[in-house]
Design a binder for this molecule. Structure first.
Ligand SMILES: [Zn+2]
Length: 84
């Protein structure tokens, strides 16, 4: 999808949008959250998203934009590695 080709229908009519909360007034639902256990202060990593949609078939994907923030997945409380 990120290469401009739809993995479902092979169309090259793929469109991209990078969500920037401050620019578009997006709600909290526009973020992916990573939570850590913390007794007193919420420790939440917010990930801004990039969206891809295929004009041909409507297939839709989204990606976290800042991959360095995914380090917070290591000891978070709301995500588990698939297969573990
Ligand atoms: Zn498609």
């Amino acid at each position: 999808m990120q290469n401009g080709l739809c993995p479902k229908c092979s169309s090259s009519e793929v469109y991209y949008s990078a969500a920037k909360a401050a620019q578009h007034g997006l709600t909290e639902a526009s973020y992916v959250r990573i939570y850590k256990e913390n007794k007193w202060v919420p420790d939440i990593t917010l990930l801004e998203l990039a969206y891809y949609i295929c004009r041909g078939c409507g297939y839709f994907e989204m990606y976290a934009q800042d991959l360095e923030k995914l380090a917070a997945l290591d000891d978070c409380s709301n995500w588990r590695k698939v297969g573990s």
